[in-house]
Design a protein. Structure first.
Length: 697
């Protein structure tokens, strides 16, 4: 199998190039890209030699050539020529764009470098194109730091406080489990390769239980669905603990040797009989009792968590509570037992080497939370906040579409005095507000190396084709900006391939990555069978002294949502906004074949709630609260539980009805742990629109 470092001008026959899927998914698939004799990528498929990918890709990434060769790709630098938000741009040369951007950033940095803000997330999960040369550039500049919280930081903090890091069981051993709780995850749509292991377990007699407010496609395929109210997961977990204690379904030896804070946790759990949790969760008490019996008596039992459950006020506590369960029953003793939310903490990534924080000024710059960007772009300078944000550089993200309370986000990006640079493939909602759009390469066009949060393999990405048009990799763009700024430190000369080698240093066999495309970490099959958690105590910490030292509760507890049903008669419906199956956040929305499958923005509403409001299936509805409103089409469906509506996202605003999307109504309030957004802690009202509204062409 030929694996060139880039499109080979001497190539005379089709070849296959090894790569990695870059998108925000636990699976981190190993790819094979077929490139014809003209240097054109004709097919992207899963690498059958990679056990987790096993030759299969999701529908989204299977269409990757459609994305890379999209007729609307940005292929030359663009300078704004009309009002912000108008999408009016004029092509310019790279030299003109880089020179002007440099002058603008230098002028701001001369008086307030912290007035410059980077904004990025997981548009690519690659360590080189996502968190290497960009960080070096902003560290040297002295720019504000970005708290990257928008997806996973509440759950991550919960794992750190309980298990010691983003660690868990190995995903392949779910295939051997006898009970699998799929908690807060639509695995069929968002974790396909885990679902394949779960299906294998199911064929071998395992019971699958889905715990999710929405009756998802995954719930359809499980033996049981527990449709709890949003934000009540901790109450359910505590009730399970109550029943484990009451019926002595406990591994006393494991608890005694490998846990910390059992006496305190026991006391709290005994305050949560199933009847109390059933009332809060809105599920039958018998379901809770049966789930506890199944979990307490079935071995091995495994839990697959996902991040949806932590997007509420008490999300961190909820993850903490669930993460305690395997230690109570000794599930960690078995390689097919335990819990998995993220495996990313098990990778020996050399982030300090990649990011070079030593380039920062002696006084560490302030940190701004990406989840409150709507408020922060509208803040004036103050002693508490620091300087007003005067420039923002956006890459690997589309905040105008994906950040909460998007009405404020739009106001912030519309500021005429905000200098905005966006590195992008397309003219996204955010790019429409840019002063400059710089054309970035897609995954088929650059080097990168990837860890995973769903398995324990490092995957290398080689460029399969030459960059389209004038596109440059993210790392190259920041390398060029550094050169224009006059930054002379040797680290700014490192090539993308050199950065790939630096990402793991000697901890991963780079020669194996080059020849095979992936390398498996040497991790025990049952990593916590004998304890050895990466916590300060080496134990699973039911009680966290670190949290207590911050003035927080050292034990997990149920925290009611900020926006609790029954507290505001104007907004009686809870809303969650899970991803549409054929999109990944706002990525792929403009891929025609995938958008055609999704059809249009929809809100799932239970038949009882629809009837009470005179809403017919497929009708245009207005979803609103005090923060704003948006229009979409109603799908009257029992996928929504009574009292809860599901606003599937995340559509680009410009492709939604009336130029808005679901984040018009979500909140900038933050979670209990990890400073994360509370997208699913949201009350709304829904009403039928009097007239039909056409979907934009």
């Amino acid at each position: 199998m030929s694996t060139p470092s880039a499109a080979n001008p001497m190539q005379t026959t089709p070849i296959q190039v090894r790569g990695a899927c870059p998108h925000d998914c636990p699976d981190t698939c190993a790819l094979l890209t077929t490139v014809d004799e003209h240097g054109v990528a004709t097919r992207v498929q899963g690498n059958p030699e990679h056990r987790h990918t096993d030759g299969a890709l999701c529908a989204k990434v299977s269409k990757y050539t459609e994305r890379s060769y999209h007729p609307e790709r940005v292929l030359t630098p663009l300078k704004r020529s009309g009002p912000k938000g108008s999408g009016q741009f004029t092509p310019v040369s790279w030299d003109e764009a880089l020179s002007d951007i440099t002058q603008r950033l230098q002028a701001i940095a001369a008086h307030a470098p912290e007035a410059i803000l980077p904004y990025s997330y997981a548009g690519t999960m690659g360590m080189v194109q996502g968190e290497s040369m960009d960080r070096r550039f902003f560290h040297k500049l002295g720019a504000s730091q970005l708290d990257r919280t928008i997806c996973a930081s509440a759950g991550a903090e919960a794992l750190i406080q309980t298990l010691g890091g983003k660690v868990g069981m190995k995903v392949e051993f779910f295939a051997e489990s006898q009970l699998i709780l799929i908690w807060g995850s639509n695995s069929i749509g968002s974790n396909l390769h885990f679902w394949r292991y779960a299906q294998q377990a199911k064929r071998n007699g395992a019971k699958l239980v889905c715990i999710d407010p929405r009756k998802s496609e995954t719930a359809d395929k499980c033996h049981e669905h527990i449709a709890l109210r949003p934000g009540t997961d901790a109450a359910l977990a505590l009730a399970l603990m109550h029943e484990l204690i009451a019926h002595d379904w406990l591994d006393h030896d494991y608890i005694a040797r490998h846990t910390l804070g059992w006496a305190q946790l026991r006391e709290r759990a005994l305050q949560w009989p199933p009847e109390r949790a059933a009332e809060i969760c809105g599920v039958p008490v018998e379901q809770i009792r049966q789930l506890a019996q199944d979990y307490g008596t079935t071995k091995p039992a495994a839990i697959r968590l996902n991040y949806g459950m932590q997007r509420v006020r008490g999300g961190g506590n909820a993850v903490r509570a669930v993460a305690c369960l395997p230690a109570l029953t000794g599930a960690w003793r078995h390689r097919a037992g335990g819990v998995l939310l993220s495996s990313s903490g098990q990778f020996p990534a050399q982030r300090g080497v990649l990011q070079m924080p030593e380039l920062m000024p002696a006084k560490t710059p302030r940190t701004i939370n990406m989840s409150t960007i709507g408020d922060d772009l509208l803040r004036a300078a103050s002693p508490a906040f620091g300087p007003k944000v005067e420039a923002i550089v956006v890459y690997n993200s589309n905040p105008v579409a994906v950040a909460p309370e998007s009405g404020k986000v739009v106001q912030g990006f519309a500021r005429e005095d905000l200098f905005t640079v966006v590195l992008e493939h397309f003219r996204t909602d955010t790019a429409d507000y840019a002063d400059y759009i710089l054309p970035a390469t897609t995954q088929l066009e650059h080097w990168d190396v990837h860890l995973s949060y769903g398995h324990t393999d490092v995957v290398l990405n080689r460029p399969a084709i030459a960059p389209q048009g004038q596109a440059r990799s993210n790392a190259q763009i920041f390398r060029d900006l550094a050169a224009h700024m006059g930054f002379t430190e040797p680290g700014f000369a490192d090539s993308d391939e050199a950065l790939c080698r630096q990402a793991f240093g000697d901890a991963v066999d780079y020669a194996l990555l080059e020849t095979q495309g992936f390398a498996t970490l040497a991790i025990p099959d049952a990593p916590f069978a004998e304890g050895h958690f990466p916590t300060p105590s080496g134990k699973c910490e039911f009680y966290s002294a670190r949290l207590a030292a911050q003035g927080l509760d050292g034990l997990p507890d149920h925290l009611p949502n900020y926006e609790l049903q029954g507290t505001d008669a104007r907004y009686p419906l809870a809303m969650i906004s899970p991803p549409a199956r054929n999109f990944l956040n706002s990525t792929f929305v403009n891929v025609t074949s995938l958008r055609n499958i999704e059809g249009r923005p929809v809100l799932e509403i239970h038949p009882d709630d629809a009837e009470a409001r005179g809403i017919a299936n497929d009708a245009v509805v207005r979803v609103f609260n005090d923060r704003g409103s948006y229009l979409c089409h109603a799908t009257v469906s029992r996928r929504a539980r009574p009292g809860v509506v599901n606003g599937l996202g995340i559509w680009w605003r410009k492709m939604g009805l009336e130029g808005t999307n679901v984040n018009e109504v979500t909140s900038q309030a933050l979670t209990d742990l990890g400073r994360a957004p509370t997208f699913y802690d949201c009350l709304v009202q829904v009403e039928a629109c009097p007239t039909e509204v056409a979907l934009p062409a």
